[in-house]
Design a protein around this ligand. Structure first.
Ligand code: 6PG
Length: 252
């Protein structure tokens, strides 16, 4: 099935946050007959989105009790650590919206061997989705960021995690910051109904060009290239700075 590839350009990070928040709201409304299951990305970019979703203009446009929150990756740090992806979401989204802890499926990455943590999180996902292996749990939405080296989630260049074809969640090693990571695998991400990349800032422009335009770059060097939904929508929501290295043929 052809990849529906939306490239959406905004002036700045606030407008990107509004664009993705509106898409989140529309997507949640479409998820009838069950929970709206979303996996949040890590890093700092989502902060503007979380603040937008928790704002007066958005908060009452989503039936929040029907939303289940997961994480597409996590650093192996405590949940109150500055580098915790959960901490950012908890401080700027879950707490302001009074999201119940029963709706949040945190990667308990502070305790134990990374591989065991990964297997435990996969079990949690499969139980919640009632999707035993070898089926693939289908997220309604997976939010992703892009590193300036072309990584996404915690799928880093040349990582063994890039080759995983059977498991949904594995451990990986980051070349920077909190080394041990837990991450969704490429096939789990690619089975989502909607995959949304949120990318802002001039420092991401070379990686955006590598992913979206430069066919000479190998996907193992730029893992975001591996993200191609099997039967879903792939949306890139960029600000002008992040899109500034794209040629006219690609830019909207
Ligand atoms: C993480 C990520 C990672 C992140 C990108 C962009 O845990 O670090 O999930 O893939 O999305 O590195 O990070 P920024 O938004 O901070 O630029």
């Amino acid at each position: 099935m052809a990849v529906v590839h939306d490239l959406r350009l905004a002036e700045n990070d606030q407008e990107v946050a509004c664009d993705v928040a509106d898409f989140f709201i529309r997507s949640a409304a479409e998820a009838t007959g069950g929970p709206f299951r979303v996996a949040l990305s890590g890093g700092s970019t989502p902060r503007t989105l979380y603040r937008r979703l928790a704002s007066a203009g958005c908060a009452d446009r989503v039936d929040w009790p029907r939303v289940e929150f997961y994480f597409s990756d996590e650093r192996c740090v405590p949940p109150d650590h500055a580098e915790s992806n959960f901490k950012l979401a908890n401080d700027t989204l879950f707490q302001p919206l009074n999201i119940k802890t029963s709706q949040v499926f945190r990667i308990e990455s502070e305790a134990g061997q990374p591989e065991l943590i990964a297997r435990r999180y996969e079990m949690t996902i499969r139980e919640q989705f009632a999707s035993p292996s070898p089926a693939w749990p289908r997220y309604d939405m997976i939010l992703l960021g892009l590193g300036d080296d072309g990584h996404t989630a915690s799928l880093f260049p040349n990582s063994p995690a890039l080759d995983e074809k059977l498991r949904a969640v594995v451990s990986s090693e980051s070349p920077r910051g909190a080394a041990h990571r837990i991450t969704f695998t490429v096939p789990l991400i690619n089975h989502a109904r909607r995959i949304v990349f949120m990318v802002t800032g001039p420092q991401k422009a070379p990686a955006i060009r590598a992913v979206l335009e430069d066919n000479t770059v190998d996907a193992r060097q730029c893992p975001a290239k591996l993200i191609r939904p099997t039967e879903g929508r792939l949306i890139w929501s960029l600000d002008r700075a992040a899109a500034s290295a794209l040629t006219a043929t690609t830019q909207l």
